[in-house]
Design a protein around this ligand. Structure first.
Ligand code: SF4
Length: 381
Protein backbone atom coordinates (compact mmCIF):
# COMPACT_ATOMS: atom_id res chain seq x y z
CA UNK A 1 0.00 0.00 0.00
CA UNK A 2 1.23 3.47 -0.82
CA UNK A 3 2.35 5.32 2.30
CA UNK A 4 0.97 8.78 2.99
CA UNK A 5 3.39 11.40 4.25
CA UNK A 6 1.66 13.92 6.49
CA UNK A 7 3.47 17.24 6.61
CA UNK A 8 2.41 19.38 9.55
CA UNK A 9 2.64 23.17 9.51
CA UNK A 10 5.36 24.41 11.88
CA UNK A 11 3.95 25.30 15.28
CA UNK A 12 4.39 28.93 16.30
CA UNK A 13 7.38 29.39 18.56
CA UNK A 14 6.34 29.67 22.17
CA UNK A 15 8.29 32.57 23.54
CA UNK A 16 8.81 31.52 27.13
CA UNK A 17 11.03 34.03 28.87
CA UNK A 18 10.73 33.57 32.65
CA UNK A 19 11.40 37.13 33.74
CA UNK A 20 9.28 37.25 36.92
CA UNK A 21 11.78 35.86 39.50
CA UNK A 22 14.80 38.06 38.61
CA UNK A 23 12.56 41.06 37.97
CA UNK A 24 10.83 40.82 41.36
CA UNK A 25 14.11 40.28 43.21
CA UNK A 26 15.50 43.42 41.55
CA UNK A 27 12.35 45.42 42.31
CA UNK A 28 12.43 44.53 46.01
CA UNK A 29 16.02 45.77 46.13
CA UNK A 30 15.63 49.06 44.25
CA UNK A 31 11.95 50.06 44.61
CA UNK A 32 11.54 53.67 45.68
CA UNK A 33 9.70 54.23 48.91
CA UNK A 34 6.64 56.08 47.61
CA UNK A 35 3.63 56.99 49.77
CA UNK A 36 1.15 55.10 47.57
CA UNK A 37 3.33 51.96 47.77
CA UNK A 38 2.85 51.81 51.53
CA UNK A 39 -0.84 51.02 51.20
CA UNK A 40 -3.33 48.81 49.38
CA UNK A 41 -6.16 51.28 50.05
CA UNK A 42 -8.05 51.40 46.72
CA UNK A 43 -8.70 55.15 47.06
CA UNK A 44 -4.99 55.97 47.53
CA UNK A 45 -3.92 53.60 44.75
CA UNK A 46 -6.57 55.05 42.43
CA UNK A 47 -5.58 58.69 43.10
CA UNK A 48 -1.88 57.91 42.61
CA UNK A 49 -2.45 56.00 39.37
CA UNK A 50 -4.54 58.82 37.92
CA UNK A 51 -1.93 61.42 38.92
CA UNK A 52 0.85 59.32 37.42
CA UNK A 53 -0.80 59.21 34.00
CA UNK A 54 1.60 61.11 31.70
CA UNK A 55 3.30 62.69 34.72
CA UNK A 56 6.67 62.04 36.38
CA UNK A 57 6.82 60.63 39.92
CA UNK A 58 8.81 63.62 41.24
CA UNK A 59 6.13 66.01 39.93
CA UNK A 60 3.32 63.94 41.43
CA UNK A 61 4.76 63.55 44.95
CA UNK A 62 3.89 67.02 46.39
CA UNK A 63 0.48 67.01 44.65
CA UNK A 64 -0.32 63.58 46.05
CA UNK A 65 0.60 64.62 49.60
CA UNK A 66 -1.48 67.80 49.40
CA UNK A 67 -4.39 65.96 47.80
CA UNK A 68 -4.51 63.24 50.48
CA UNK A 69 -4.49 65.92 53.19
CA UNK A 70 -7.30 67.88 51.53
CA UNK A 71 -9.35 64.87 50.36
CA UNK A 72 -8.28 61.96 52.59
CA UNK A 73 -11.03 59.62 51.39
CA UNK A 74 -13.60 59.22 48.66
CA UNK A 75 -16.30 60.90 50.73
CA UNK A 76 -14.21 64.05 51.24
CA UNK A 77 -13.52 64.20 47.50
CA UNK A 78 -17.16 63.62 46.56
CA UNK A 79 -18.31 66.43 48.85
CA UNK A 80 -15.75 69.00 47.65
CA UNK A 81 -16.71 71.65 45.09
CA UNK A 82 -15.25 71.14 41.61
CA UNK A 83 -13.44 74.50 41.82
CA UNK A 84 -11.58 73.33 44.92
CA UNK A 85 -10.69 70.04 43.25
CA UNK A 86 -9.35 71.80 40.15
CA UNK A 87 -7.39 74.21 42.33
CA UNK A 88 -5.71 71.27 44.09
CA UNK A 89 -4.85 69.87 40.66
CA UNK A 90 -3.61 73.18 39.23
CA UNK A 91 -0.25 72.76 37.49
CA UNK A 92 -0.48 68.98 37.12
CA UNK A 93 -2.00 69.23 33.62
CA UNK A 94 -4.58 67.06 31.81
CA UNK A 95 -7.36 68.49 33.95
CA UNK A 96 -9.97 66.05 32.72
CA UNK A 97 -8.29 63.63 35.17
CA UNK A 98 -9.33 65.79 38.13
CA UNK A 99 -12.87 66.21 36.86
CA UNK A 100 -13.17 62.47 36.31
CA UNK A 101 -11.84 61.69 39.80
CA UNK A 102 -14.41 64.05 41.25
CA UNK A 103 -17.26 62.59 39.19
CA UNK A 104 -16.24 59.02 40.01
CA UNK A 105 -15.97 59.88 43.72
CA UNK A 106 -19.57 61.07 43.64
CA UNK A 107 -20.62 57.78 42.04
CA UNK A 108 -18.68 55.79 44.62
CA UNK A 109 -19.58 57.79 47.70
CA UNK A 110 -22.37 55.49 48.76
CA UNK A 111 -21.21 52.31 47.10
CA UNK A 112 -18.16 50.08 47.30
CA UNK A 113 -14.91 50.30 45.41
CA UNK A 114 -14.68 48.02 42.37
CA UNK A 115 -12.66 44.83 42.87
CA UNK A 116 -11.85 43.86 39.28
CA UNK A 117 -10.23 45.54 36.28
CA UNK A 118 -13.49 45.27 34.38
CA UNK A 119 -15.43 47.05 37.13
CA UNK A 120 -12.78 49.79 37.55
CA UNK A 121 -13.07 50.51 33.83
CA UNK A 122 -16.71 51.50 34.22
CA UNK A 123 -15.71 54.60 36.23
CA UNK A 124 -15.15 57.93 34.46
CA UNK A 125 -11.56 58.53 33.37
CA UNK A 126 -10.32 54.99 33.99
CA UNK A 127 -9.00 53.27 30.88
CA UNK A 128 -7.58 49.75 30.52
CA UNK A 129 -4.09 50.72 31.73
CA UNK A 130 -5.20 52.47 34.93
CA UNK A 131 -7.84 49.82 35.64
CA UNK A 132 -5.23 47.05 35.34
CA UNK A 133 -2.76 48.93 37.54
CA UNK A 134 -5.33 49.54 40.31
CA UNK A 135 -6.88 46.07 40.15
CA UNK A 136 -3.49 44.33 40.28
CA UNK A 137 -2.09 46.52 43.08
CA UNK A 138 -5.15 47.11 45.28
CA UNK A 139 -7.17 43.96 44.53
CA UNK A 140 -4.41 41.48 43.65
CA UNK A 141 -6.04 40.61 40.30
CA UNK A 142 -3.75 38.85 37.82
CA UNK A 143 -3.98 41.40 35.00
CA UNK A 144 -0.93 42.89 33.24
CA UNK A 145 -0.56 46.62 32.58
CA UNK A 146 0.40 47.80 29.14
CA UNK A 147 1.82 51.19 28.33
CA UNK A 148 4.64 52.60 26.20
CA UNK A 149 7.31 51.61 28.74
CA UNK A 150 6.07 48.05 29.04
CA UNK A 151 5.76 47.69 25.25
CA UNK A 152 9.33 48.87 24.78
CA UNK A 153 10.73 46.46 27.37
CA UNK A 154 8.84 43.47 26.01
CA UNK A 155 9.65 44.32 22.37
CA UNK A 156 13.33 44.20 23.31
CA UNK A 157 13.07 41.14 25.54
CA UNK A 158 11.34 39.12 22.80
CA UNK A 159 13.09 40.91 19.93
CA UNK A 160 9.83 41.79 18.23
CA UNK A 161 10.63 43.12 14.77
CA UNK A 162 7.07 44.04 13.71
CA UNK A 163 6.13 47.73 14.23
CA UNK A 164 5.12 48.12 17.87
CA UNK A 165 1.68 49.51 17.00
CA UNK A 166 0.87 46.57 14.68
CA UNK A 167 -1.65 44.00 15.83
CA UNK A 168 0.95 41.23 15.42
CA UNK A 169 3.30 42.95 17.90
CA UNK A 170 0.47 43.75 20.31
CA UNK A 171 -0.77 40.16 20.24
CA UNK A 172 2.68 38.84 21.03
CA UNK A 173 3.16 41.31 23.90
CA UNK A 174 -0.24 40.49 25.39
CA UNK A 175 0.30 36.74 25.21
CA UNK A 176 3.72 37.10 26.82
CA UNK A 177 2.50 39.27 29.69
CA UNK A 178 -0.53 37.12 30.40
CA UNK A 179 1.70 34.08 30.61
CA UNK A 180 4.47 35.57 32.74
CA UNK A 181 2.55 37.63 35.30
CA UNK A 182 2.60 35.72 38.61
CA UNK A 183 -0.65 34.99 40.46
CA UNK A 184 0.84 35.77 43.87
CA UNK A 185 2.09 39.36 43.39
CA UNK A 186 0.68 40.69 40.10
CA UNK A 187 0.82 44.29 41.32
CA UNK A 188 4.53 44.05 42.16
CA UNK A 189 5.23 42.46 38.77
CA UNK A 190 3.44 45.30 36.97
CA UNK A 191 5.22 47.96 39.00
CA UNK A 192 8.57 46.24 38.50
CA UNK A 193 8.13 46.13 34.74
CA UNK A 194 7.13 49.79 34.64
CA UNK A 195 10.05 50.74 36.85
CA UNK A 196 12.44 48.78 34.63
CA UNK A 197 11.17 50.76 31.63
CA UNK A 198 11.52 54.08 33.47
CA UNK A 199 14.95 53.52 35.03
CA UNK A 200 16.89 50.91 33.09
CA UNK A 201 15.41 49.99 29.72
CA UNK A 202 15.40 53.61 28.58
CA UNK A 203 14.14 54.63 25.14
CA UNK A 204 17.66 55.63 24.08
CA UNK A 205 20.74 53.92 25.47
CA UNK A 206 19.18 51.16 27.60
CA UNK A 207 21.39 50.29 30.61
CA UNK A 208 21.68 46.60 29.84
CA UNK A 209 24.61 46.22 32.24
CA UNK A 210 22.29 47.05 35.18
CA UNK A 211 19.32 45.07 33.91
CA UNK A 212 18.04 42.13 36.01
CA UNK A 213 16.83 40.26 32.90
CA UNK A 214 19.80 40.95 30.65
CA UNK A 215 20.67 37.25 30.21
CA UNK A 216 17.12 36.56 28.99
CA UNK A 217 16.85 39.53 26.64
CA UNK A 218 16.85 38.49 22.99
CA UNK A 219 17.20 42.03 21.71
CA UNK A 220 20.33 42.54 23.81
CA UNK A 221 21.78 39.14 22.85
CA UNK A 222 21.34 40.02 19.15
CA UNK A 223 22.77 43.51 19.76
CA UNK A 224 19.65 45.25 18.31
CA UNK A 225 18.11 46.57 21.55
CA UNK A 226 18.61 50.23 20.58
CA UNK A 227 16.78 49.70 17.27
CA UNK A 228 13.71 48.33 19.07
CA UNK A 229 10.84 48.84 19.24
CA UNK A 230 10.29 49.50 15.53
CA UNK A 231 7.92 52.34 14.76
CA UNK A 232 5.96 53.64 11.82
CA UNK A 233 6.98 57.28 11.19
CA UNK A 234 4.96 59.79 13.21
CA UNK A 235 2.79 62.50 11.75
CA UNK A 236 3.93 66.01 12.54
CA UNK A 237 2.26 67.62 15.55
CA UNK A 238 0.01 70.58 14.64
CA UNK A 239 0.99 74.00 15.94
CA UNK A 240 -1.36 76.91 16.67
CA UNK A 241 -0.69 80.59 17.19
CA UNK A 242 -3.12 82.03 19.71
CA UNK A 243 -3.96 85.66 20.55
CA UNK A 244 -4.95 86.30 24.18
CA UNK A 245 -6.30 89.49 25.77
CA UNK A 246 -5.68 90.72 29.31
CA UNK A 247 -8.57 93.15 29.30
CA UNK A 248 -8.50 95.87 31.97
CA UNK A 249 -11.49 97.66 33.42
CA UNK A 250 -10.33 99.83 36.29
CA UNK A 251 -8.04 97.65 38.41
CA UNK A 252 -9.54 94.33 37.30
CA UNK A 253 -8.99 91.99 34.39
CA UNK A 254 -11.48 89.73 32.66
CA UNK A 255 -11.30 85.94 32.88
CA UNK A 256 -13.62 83.30 31.43
CA UNK A 257 -14.32 79.75 32.55
CA UNK A 258 -13.91 77.06 29.90
CA UNK A 259 -16.90 74.79 29.21
CA UNK A 260 -16.81 71.83 31.57
CA UNK A 261 -16.68 69.23 28.83
CA UNK A 262 -13.63 69.31 26.60
CA UNK A 263 -9.97 70.20 26.80
CA UNK A 264 -9.04 71.99 30.08
CA UNK A 265 -12.75 72.00 30.96
CA UNK A 266 -13.78 73.99 34.04
CA UNK A 267 -10.52 75.95 34.23
CA UNK A 268 -10.30 79.72 33.97
CA UNK A 269 -8.40 81.52 31.21
CA UNK A 270 -7.92 84.88 29.57
CA UNK A 271 -10.21 85.16 26.54
CA UNK A 272 -8.60 84.63 23.15
CA UNK A 273 -8.28 82.11 20.34
CA UNK A 274 -6.45 80.86 17.27
CA UNK A 275 -5.06 83.43 14.87
CA UNK A 276 -6.48 83.11 11.36
CA UNK A 277 -4.10 83.20 8.36
CA UNK A 278 -2.86 86.76 7.65
CA UNK A 279 -4.68 88.15 10.74
CA UNK A 280 -2.72 90.39 13.13
CA UNK A 281 -2.81 89.36 16.80
CA UNK A 282 -4.66 92.60 17.60
CA UNK A 283 -7.40 91.57 15.14
CA UNK A 284 -7.51 88.04 16.55
CA UNK A 285 -7.94 89.29 20.11
CA UNK A 286 -10.57 91.89 19.11
CA UNK A 287 -12.57 89.27 17.18
CA UNK A 288 -12.31 86.64 19.91
CA UNK A 289 -13.57 89.09 22.56
CA UNK A 290 -16.57 89.90 20.37
CA UNK A 291 -17.33 86.20 19.78
CA UNK A 292 -16.57 84.85 23.25
CA UNK A 293 -17.73 87.57 25.63
CA UNK A 294 -19.62 90.07 23.45
CA UNK A 295 -17.34 93.00 24.29
CA UNK A 296 -15.51 95.72 22.35
CA UNK A 297 -11.93 96.29 23.40
CA UNK A 298 -8.77 98.14 22.38
CA UNK A 299 -5.63 96.09 22.11
CA UNK A 300 -2.51 97.52 23.73
CA UNK A 301 1.08 96.38 24.20
CA UNK A 302 2.19 92.80 24.19
CA UNK A 303 2.69 91.40 27.69
CA UNK A 304 4.38 88.07 26.99
CA UNK A 305 4.64 85.18 24.55
CA UNK A 306 4.26 81.71 26.06
CA UNK A 307 5.07 78.54 24.11
CA UNK A 308 3.40 75.37 25.41
CA UNK A 309 3.16 71.74 24.32
CA UNK A 310 0.13 69.52 24.79
CA UNK A 311 0.12 65.82 23.94
CA UNK A 312 -1.29 66.22 20.41
CA UNK A 313 -0.41 69.77 19.48
CA UNK A 314 1.64 72.78 20.46
CA UNK A 315 0.62 76.42 20.92
CA UNK A 316 2.21 79.81 21.29
CA UNK A 317 0.11 82.21 23.34
CA UNK A 318 0.65 85.89 22.48
CA UNK A 319 -0.82 87.84 25.39
CA UNK A 320 -1.70 91.53 25.03
CA UNK A 321 -2.85 94.14 27.48
CA UNK A 322 -6.25 95.42 26.34
CA UNK A 323 -8.71 98.06 27.49
CA UNK A 324 -12.47 97.66 27.83
CA UNK A 325 -14.41 99.96 25.48
CA UNK A 326 -18.05 98.93 25.57
CA UNK A 327 -20.49 96.11 26.25
CA UNK A 328 -20.84 94.01 29.35
CA UNK A 329 -19.00 90.73 29.48
CA UNK A 330 -21.24 87.73 28.74
CA UNK A 331 -20.46 84.03 28.72
CA UNK A 332 -21.21 83.39 25.03
CA UNK A 333 -18.73 80.56 24.43
CA UNK A 334 -17.85 79.56 27.97
CA UNK A 335 -19.37 78.71 31.35
CA UNK A 336 -18.86 82.06 33.06
CA UNK A 337 -16.95 85.35 33.13
CA UNK A 338 -15.53 87.34 36.00
CA UNK A 339 -13.64 90.61 36.57
CA UNK A 340 -10.80 89.89 38.98
CA UNK A 341 -7.98 91.88 40.59
CA UNK A 342 -4.66 90.45 39.41
CA UNK A 343 -3.61 89.54 42.94
CA UNK A 344 -6.82 87.47 43.31
CA UNK A 345 -6.19 85.39 40.19
CA UNK A 346 -4.29 82.89 42.36
CA UNK A 347 -7.60 81.83 43.89
CA UNK A 348 -8.85 80.40 40.59
CA UNK A 349 -7.58 77.33 38.74
CA UNK A 350 -5.83 78.11 35.43
CA UNK A 351 -4.04 75.89 32.90
CA UNK A 352 -0.23 76.00 33.00
CA UNK A 353 0.22 78.29 29.97
CA UNK A 354 -2.21 80.85 31.45
CA UNK A 355 -0.39 80.70 34.78
CA UNK A 356 2.77 81.78 32.97
CA UNK A 357 0.84 84.76 31.65
CA UNK A 358 -0.26 85.56 35.21
CA UNK A 359 3.35 85.37 36.41
CA UNK A 360 4.31 87.90 33.74
CA UNK A 361 1.32 90.05 34.65
CA UNK A 362 2.25 90.18 38.33
CA UNK A 363 5.81 91.31 37.70
CA UNK A 364 5.90 94.91 39.02
CA UNK A 365 6.51 96.62 35.69
CA UNK A 366 3.84 94.63 33.86
CA UNK A 367 0.78 96.29 35.38
CA UNK A 368 -0.05 99.25 33.15
CA UNK A 369 -2.54 101.94 33.97
CA UNK A 370 -5.43 101.82 31.51
CA UNK A 371 -4.30 105.13 29.94
CA UNK A 372 -0.80 103.84 29.35
CA UNK A 373 -2.28 100.79 27.67
CA UNK A 374 -4.15 102.99 25.25
CA UNK A 375 -1.18 105.28 24.43
CA UNK A 376 1.16 102.39 23.62
CA UNK A 377 -1.39 100.54 21.57
CA UNK A 378 -0.47 101.68 18.06
CA UNK A 379 3.23 100.90 18.44
CA UNK A 380 2.65 97.22 18.93
CA UNK A 381 0.20 96.14 16.28
S1 SF4 B 1 18.81 43.84 28.61
FE1 SF4 B 1 18.76 45.93 27.92
S2 SF4 B 1 17.30 45.97 26.25
FE2 SF4 B 1 16.98 44.07 27.37
S3 SF4 B 1 15.34 44.55 28.82
FE3 SF4 B 1 17.27 44.88 29.88
S4 SF4 B 1 17.75 47.05 29.56
FE4 SF4 B 1 16.16 46.47 28.09
Amino acid sequence: MESILIVRAPRPTIRRVPIAPPLLRWFRRVARDLPWRRTRDPYAVWVSEVMLQQTQITTVLPYYDRWMKRFPDVRALARARLDRVLKAWEGLGYYARARHLHRAARLLERGRFPTTKEAWETLPGIGPYTAAAIASIANGERVPVRDGNVHRVVARLLRIEAPISSSAAQREINAFLEREIPARVPGDFNQALMELGQRVCLPRSPRCGECPVTTLCRGRIAGVQEDLPRRVPRKTVPHYEVGVGICWKGDRVLVARRPERGLLGGLWEFPGGKRRPSETYARTVTREFREEVGMEIEVGPRLVTVPHRYSHFSVELHAYHCRWRKGSARALANDGVRWVRPRDLARLAFPTANRKIIEALLRPRSLPSPDKTQRRQSATR
